[in-house]
Design a protein around this ligand. Structure first.
Ligand code: BGC
Length: 740
């Protein structure tokens, strides 16, 4: 459609039809037989049948056939036949579940991130998606927050920027009509990851400088990459819920960043402003949200039921509604839905492309790059396949390794570690025992109950646990090496999964302790959605491979890394704390006036634990051993228009070829405001042959030295800086330079 035709269409619409475009409902409503407003699923939403057939978009209906059914049903009763938009939570893939976003980030590879985005977009587009609700680029510093698992950049704003941009560009391509392209939604704006005490949905109150310096850059990068949509966050930001925050949406997003796309609320968030105590009632909530500039109300009745009255009372509001509807119609047009309401959904292509053999093979390679080797005492890994292995643990023969957001992927079809290992080692060399459950019944039931699911019953829990432990010990005694597959339950991380204790479950710790007594080497394969507290068990383990929730091809990838067919290369994007009392802990913090590395008592430290993290940001081992040396700068003094070339050598001092992720950090030694101890400014992922020496270059540019200064201007200040290079944020070479 031409621009003029879209405007004509807008003019033909009744006020009710316009408002309908601004409402999003879960599309299953159209698939049930019971669309009766009195008794059916619409009851809670309090929408009439007429309102239902005017809504503009649908949440989480996927599958070409289902999408067609919903679209046909809707269009059959809709007066102007404006097609529905299908928006979906494709977070880490559609049918192929990829590693959870925090794991993807640990690849430090734009290529990996792009490939995952490409397959996810193609699979979901064929299955009817027009819009994906990702990337999630909320800066995440607090491991108690369950949603750190969704954060693509972890605790680092630079990673959030480069990854977020890569995902948006890959999803959207140059033409949204093209097969495999979907509109992208950057979320959750803003500073959702800074929820106090890591409790989901909790208060966020921070200085504008902190917000601009750390939290905003990743959202900004995604917006500059032309993300079509933005989703607001549930939290309040400096006193006002983000969803109705005019400063955030109007001043910052629309005016300063020039965002032209659609702003969607998060699920029910407009209505929640009443509970926040900032909207007096539902009508007031609608007024607050439209005034702030929210175009689509996700899953609440507020816009549907109150915008009309507000428009009749005020021309200004009606004008705002027209602007919002125009944005929504424009996106539908860009996606080509007026010509073809089914988009690129295609039943035939679903059969050939989705879960295709080629993509699964490719996926396995991508997954391998997301693992982080945390410990490898005496080079216990790679495993010697001729040794007798005792595979133990609740994740050893478990298919639930895709994380809590992979709701479209069929978990039950995943391969387990046990199955994958059986294919690679001789039968007589492999013994298996579960050892323990992931959680005790009482703990899992608390979670299931909160999720409204059937709880479990097991009167013999104690006896069964005892037997499992005994069996595990028996096979461990017969073996040369113990492979322990442990971790969090997948329902322990994700939305509303905050935890005040981020250790392994107690029963799993007991299993480690009991097996440790046998004196055999133990390697732990760790499944989790957040940095865990490992300090109490780490000494009892010889190897730790962090695999997060690795997804559909996880088990195969794990076995290939353990056996040394692939060299692990991932590095952490979030610091692991010594214990939960350190949270939030992050590498790019400020110095106090009394840092812990001074002598004396009155220091900024804990009495009972070290101040530093347990595993730092950027950390991860490899089967190769890399040595960094000869850091040189081509100049040590620069003017504003000059650049510095940073060069150094890295040597692979091992017989393993593999990737190393080389990182460059900068510290501004003095500023008009306090500057962090270090900030990541660039990185490269480089492949080394056995014993290869490579010369590596980075460039320091003026932009890397800029920050939000005393007057809230983004500028570099003259003076001394330090540059650091290394394989993680703490083991680094350093040099000084001056900006004149
Ligand atoms: C989450 C969003 C998600 C939305 C739609 C919300 O509860 O916060 O991230 O996109 O639901 O399912």
């Amino acid at each position: 459609m031409k621009e003029k035709e879209i405007k004509n269409l807008l003019n033909k619409m009744t006020l009710e039809e316009k408002i309908g475009q601004m409402v999003q409902v879960a599309g299953d409503i159209f698939l049930t037989d019971d669309i009766n407003v009195e008794t059916g699923p619409l009851k809670n939403l309090e929408l009439s049948n007429e309102q239902l057939y005017q809504v503009g978009s649908i949440l989480n209906v996927m599958g070409a056939e289902r999408v067609k059914k919903v679209q046909d049903e809707y269009l059959s009763k809709s007066r102007l036949k404006i097609p529905l938009l299908f928006m979906d939570d494709v977070i880490n893939g559609y049918k192929i579940a990829f590693p959870i976003p925090i794991a993807q980030g640990c690849s430090w590879s734009i290529d990996v991130i792009k490939k995952i985005a490409e397959i996810s977009a193609m699979e979901s587009n064929i299955a009817g998606a027009n819009v994906n609700f990702s990337p999630m680029v909320d800066l995440s510093r607090d491991a108690r927050w369950g949603r750190v698992m969704e954060s693509i950049g972890g605790e680092d704003p630079y990673l959030g920027q480069v990854y977020g941009k890569a995902i948006v560009e890959t999803y959207q391509g140059k033409d949204l009509k093209k097969l495999g392209n979907v509109a992208s939604t950057v979320k959750h704006i803003a500073a959702y990851g800074a929820a106090e005490a890591g409790r989901d949905y909790n208060t966020v109150d921070m200085s504008e400088r902190e917000f601009r310096q750390y939290y905003l850059p990743a959202y900004k990068a995604a917006i500059e990459a032309n993300a079509e949509m933005v989703m607001t966050s549930f939290n309040i930001l400096n006193g006002i819920p983000a969803t109705i925050n005019r400063w955030l949406i109007q001043d910052l997003l629309r005016k300063e960043l020039g965002f032209k796309g659609i702003v969607i609320s998060d699920y029910g968030a407009i209505e929640e402003t009443i509970i926040h105590g900032i909207s007096e009632d539902e009508k007031h909530a609608a007024l607050n949200a439209i005034n702030a500039g929210v175009d689509i109300d996700m899953m609440s009745r507020i816009y549907a039921n109150y915008l009309k009255d507000l428009c009749l009372e005020s021309k200004e509001i009606e004008e705002k509604v027209n602007e919002s509807v125009l944005r929504i119609l424009n996106l539908k047009n860009k996606l080509g839905l007026f010509e073809n309401p089914y988009g690129n959904s295609n039943i035939e292509k679903e059969k050939t492309y989705i879960m295709s053999k080629e993509n699964l093979e490719e996926t396995k390679k991508l997954v391998e790059e997301t693992f982080v080797l945390l410990k490898n005492k005496d080079n216990i890994l790679p495993l010697n396949a001729n040794k007798k292995i005792a595979l133990i643990g609740p994740y050893a023969d478990n298919t639930a390794i895709t994380g809590s957001w992979s709701m479209f992927s069929d978990r039950k079809k995943n391969t387990t570690i046990l199955e994958a290992l059986k294919r690679k080692v001789k039968d007589e060399n492999l013994l298996y025992s579960k050892g323990t459950e992931i959680l005790r019944i009482e703990e899992i039931n608390r979670i299931l109950k909160a999720d409204g699911l059937q709880t479990l019953e097991n009167k013999n829990e104690k006896e069964e646990e005892k037997q499992m432990l005994q069996q595990a010990k028996n096979i461990a005694k017969e073996s040369d090496i113990i492979l322990l597959a442990l971790g969090e339950h997948y329902r322990q991380s994700g939305e509303a999964c905050s935890r005040s204790n981020i250790g392994l479950p107690k029963n799993q710790i007991k299993l480690i302790e009991e097996l440790h007594k046998l004196g055999k080497p133990i390697i732990m394969i760790l499944f989790n959605g957040r940095p865990l507290e490992l300090s109490s068990v780490e000494r009892k383990l010889d190897g730790i491979l962090e695999v997060w929730f690795p997804g559909t091809m996880g088990a195969e990838a794990i076995i290939d890394v353990l056996l040394g067919n692939t060299n692990p290369s991932g590095k952490l994007t979030m610091s692991f704390p010594q214990n939960v009392g350190q949270c939030p802990i992050y590498y790019n913090h400020y110095n106090t006036g009394r840092p812990h590395n001074y002598e004396g008592r009155y220091l900024s430290r804990y009495q009972d634990i070290p101040t530093k993290s347990f595993y730092p940001f950027g950390y991860g081992l490899s089967y190769s051993k890399f040595e960094y040396r000869n850091l040189k700068l081509d100049k040590t003094k620069i003017k504003e228009d000059e650049k510095i070339k940073v060069s150094f050598e890295v040597e692979n001092k091992s017989d393993y070829e593999g990737y190393e992720i080389v990182q460059m950090y900068i510290k501004d030694l003095f500023g008009s405001v306090v500057r962090p101890v270090k900030e990541l400014k660039d990185f490269k992922k480089i492949y080394f042959k056995k014993h290869e020496i490579k010369k590596i270059d980075f460039e320091i540019t003026l932009d890397m030295l800029k920050f939000w200064n005393e007057k809230l201007n983004f500028q570099a200040e003259k003076g001394e800086f330090k540059v650091y290079v290394g394989g993680n944020s703490t083991e680094v070479l350093e040099e000084k330079f001056v900006l004149e």
